[in-house]
Design a protein around this ligand. Structure first.
Ligand code: T3D
Length: 267
């Protein structure tokens, strides 16, 4: 399957989405942003898909916003009115970030090269982030007079703390995959040649797990970061109560007792 700037492959219950503008390091045009959101929407609606894997074609994950895209590229005409970048964020990046963060299945990023600007935000917004050893993360925004967007200001301090978030965002230096893993920005680093197979294997493992519980875990952790301890305990109990009535818990517990492999179905 292909939507031009996104390649879509189905591997069993895993929907693989490959950003596909390798000649521009998969920089985001409005076309690519729109196609990626549609592809996420389609994966969310497909009951047979239980995990999404996002990666890039060629030598990069994504270089962020395509700075030559006519929607944002500064006009060379001194008389022309400046373009409103906020419009692009409102209509493309915010809906994309919200769609990604609220997927009803786990989402894995396989970062196969540089992830810069909004490309880094997209990767870091996924549930698990794997990177090849030659991959890197660049908060490129400050170099062009902008702030981190597509969720960057929310994600960075939560992932690495305020001091490192500010260092990365202010300086915009390249952070190698191994450093990113050591900081807790990403989950794992793999040899480049093993990245795609390892990411697919991880996505397939997640696809075989109790999807609804995995997604509720993501939500519970995000919510707990906003709560005091006791409200977090109560929220856990309320969600656990609901999950306890669901098929997957009954099946998981019964399979354990029967010493057999569980068959999870809930989404
Ligand atoms: O409107 C808004 O800006 C609002 C939204 C903001 C969200 C953002 O994402 S802001 C941040 C935008 N991204 C950047 O500023 C990164 C710009 N790119 C780079 O700094 C470098 O390309 C990289 C560090 C990512 C990689 O460097 P390198 O040396 O490996 O590759 P390269 O030679 O620079 O790039 C290869 C080609 O991709 C090149 O095209 P060419 O010369 O072969 O025809 C280059 O122009 C193109 N490319 C790379 N990044 C972008 C891009 N084209 C358009 N937009 C890009 N962001």
């Amino acid at each position: 399957m292909s939507e031009h700037e996104i390649q879509i492959e189905q591997h069993g219950a895993v929907r693989l989405l490959r950003l596909n503008r390798p000649e521009a390091l998969n920089a985001f045009t409005t076309g690519l942003l729109g196609q990626l959101r549609q592809a996420l929407e389609a994966a969310a609606e497909d009951g047979a898909t239980r995990c999404v894997l996002i990666t890039g074609a060629g030598r990069a994950f994504s270089a962020g916003q395509d700075l030559s895209d006519p929607h944002v590229a500064p006009s060379r005409d001194p008389g022309a009115a400046p373009k409103d970048i906020g419009h692009l964020l409102e209509h493309f990046y915010i809906p994309l970030a919200l769609r990604l963060r609220s997927m009803p299945v786990p989402v894995v990023a396989a970062v196969n090269g540089v992830a810069a600007g909004a490309g880094a935000s997209l990767a870091l917004g996924c549930d698990l982030v794997l990177a090849g050893e030659s991959a890197s993360f660049i908060q490129a925004f400050s170099k062009i007079g902008l702030i981190p967007d597509c969720g960057g200001t929310w994600l960075l301090p939560r992932l690495v703390g305020r001091a490192k978030a500010l260092e990365m965002a202010l300086l915009g230096d390249k952070l190698k995959a191994a450093e990113a893993a050591a900081l807790g920005l990403i989950s794992r680093v793999l040899p480049d040649a093993e990245l795609q197979d390892a990411a697919l294997a991880l996505a397939q493992k997640l696809a075989g797990m109790p999807t609804r519980a995995l997604v509720q875990t993501r939500i519970a952790i995000d919510e707990a970061m906003k709560l005091d301890f006791e409200p977090a305990l109560k929220r856990e109990a309320a969600v656990q109560s609901q999950l306890g009535f669901a098929h997957d818990y009954l099946e998981g517990a019964a399979a354990f007792l029967d010493k057999r492999k569980p068959e999870f179905k809930d989404r």
